[in-house]
Design a protein around this ligand. Structure first.
Ligand SMILES: [Zn+2]
Length: 442
């Protein structure tokens, strides 16, 4: 027996959900060090030191990718309703929020995250802390601040006071081609892997007015500056025009895409771009609005800091609802066309805390009628492709890295079993949560 053989872990009698195809029963998967060595129907030859886990029909699937992850969204001492600015607690506290969110995600079977905007380069520090083993957490594709033009919806009157503190807060004002190039270069130099642009209003809490804040030249500049450095770009896009501009530029992840039309779908397909619909946010926001009692609770807390009239609030909510219904109609069309759809949402708000990830999957399956197997594919194979690591992650294939989940239940039939049914989590060949072995119990 050579020394390497003692590194082998064997999962036998697995229902294999490989991240792409329908499940196959009675499969055996061997992991050596941090890679998948073999996937077979026949029982592999066992070495004396192999550690064997008889899954007895439990599902073995790839670790999941949360493709829209706000590291810094979470409870803070100010306990405000909208933990989005990144300045509601000192940087040290925000770092602890990020660490907690990372550990929560890994507990939930999320072995990779693609950052969305975050304050103070939290993602970069998180990535570094995990890579040196300071804390346990998923693989991290670190994101920049949310780069936005002057006059963006989120650059409202109640928020403008902090806009000068660009190093600390969530957002950073960037106008014009030259400044865009400079900021993208700078933030990538600080360790970011993916650039976040805010390109349109809309999604979830706002109707998507047909506006693109950034010009085509500015988006093109961000994409070329990032791609030249082999980094990626994502963009908050809800309006038709912003989707078209970002897709033409080759923005790697189109966030939300609420009002995507046929031309947008065609472009996204042609360029193999990812799309994060992130529809739980809208569902929860509309529920929150519906539960609001105007008589006892006063004005509804939207309107960029100033109370709006009831009529204005209702008109805005009607717009949100219309956009949501449109996206519900177009999502099955995108799925049928083969768009690289992804999971990931604005987790970290009190109405949708980190860890509640499966509720997003259930919106697609239960409300929109997407097949559970498709959502599994979005969360695994597609997520790895969106990271640019489709060759190494996302499916259970010999030679790939061993990011694996053991699930009591079959997520391709009942997606909800991913909520409480994950009994084993392996990242890079190491158990974060080890499933029980028959001989351990004896
Ligand atoms: Zn977001």
């Amino acid at each position: 027996m050579n020394a390497l053989e003692s590194d082998r872990i064997v999962f036998s009698n697995a229902k294999l959900l490989d991240g792409d195809q329908p499940p196959q029963s009675g499969m055996h998967v061997v992991v050596r060090a941090n890679r998948i060595e073999s996937v077979t129907r026949s029982t592999p030859d066992l070495g004396r030191d192999d550690r064997v886990y008889d899954l007895n029909g439990q599902t073995l699937m790839p670790g999941m990718v949360q493709a829209h992850f706000h590291t810094g969204f979470g409870p803070t001492p100010s306990a405000g309703p909208a933990p989005i600015l990144g300045l509601e607690a000192p940087p040290a506290f925000m770092g602890m929020v990020a660490a907690k969110n990372a550990m929560t995600a890994l507990d939930c079977g999320v072995t990779s995250i693609i950052g969305s905007s975050n304050p103070g380069f939290l993602d970069v520090s998180l990535k570094d802390a995990i890579s040196i083993g300071l804390i346990d957490g998923p693989r991290v594709l670190a994101c920049t601040h949310e780069l936005m033009v002057s006059g963006d919806q989120a650059d409202g009157t109640n928020r403008s006071w902090y806009m000068g503190i660009s190093e600390s807060g969530l957002t950073r004002r960037v106008d014009g081609v030259e400044q865009m190039r400079q900021v993208v270069r700078e933030e990538i130099g600080r360790g970011c892997d993916i650039v976040k642009l805010s390109v349109s209003p809309g999604h979830g809490s706002h109707p998507a007015a047909d506006v693109s804040y950034y010009g085509q030249d500015e988006i093109d500049a961000a994409v070329s500056a990032a791609h030249e450095r082999e980094k990626r770009v994502r963009a908050h896009t809800a309006s038709r025009e912003s989707i078209l501009r970002c897709a033409r530029a080759g923005v790697d992840i189109i966030d939300h895409a609420d009002l995507i039309d046929d031309e947008g779908i065609e472009l996204v397909l042609e360029k193999k771009l990812g799309v994060t619909p992130s529809m739980l946010w809208t569902v929860r926001y509309l529920e929150f609005a519906a539960s609001w009692d105007y008589d006892t609770m006063g004005p509804f807390p939207i309107g960029d800091g100033f109370p709006e009239t009831r009529a204005a609030v209702d008109a805005r909510l009607d717009g949100v609802r219309r956009d949501f219904e449109y996206t519900c109609g177009v999502l099955p069309k995108m799925e049928a066309a083969g768009v690289r759809l992804l999971v990931g949402d604005d987790f970290g708000f009190p109405m949708m805390p980190h860890g509640d990830y499966v509720s997003e999957f259930e919106v697609y399956v239960d409300q929109i009628g997407i097949a559970p197997l498709s959502v599994v594919r979005w969360a695994t194979k597609h997520g790895a492709e969106a990271m640019g690591r489709g060759e190494e992650l996302g499916t259970i294939t010999p030679g790939k890295l061993a990011d694996l989940l053991i699930v009591d239940g079959d997520p391709s039939v009942e997606i909800g079993c991913l909520r409480d049914g994950i009994v084993g989590v392996m990242k890079d060949g190491v158990f974060h949560r080890e499933p029980p072995r028959p001989d351990d119990a004896a």
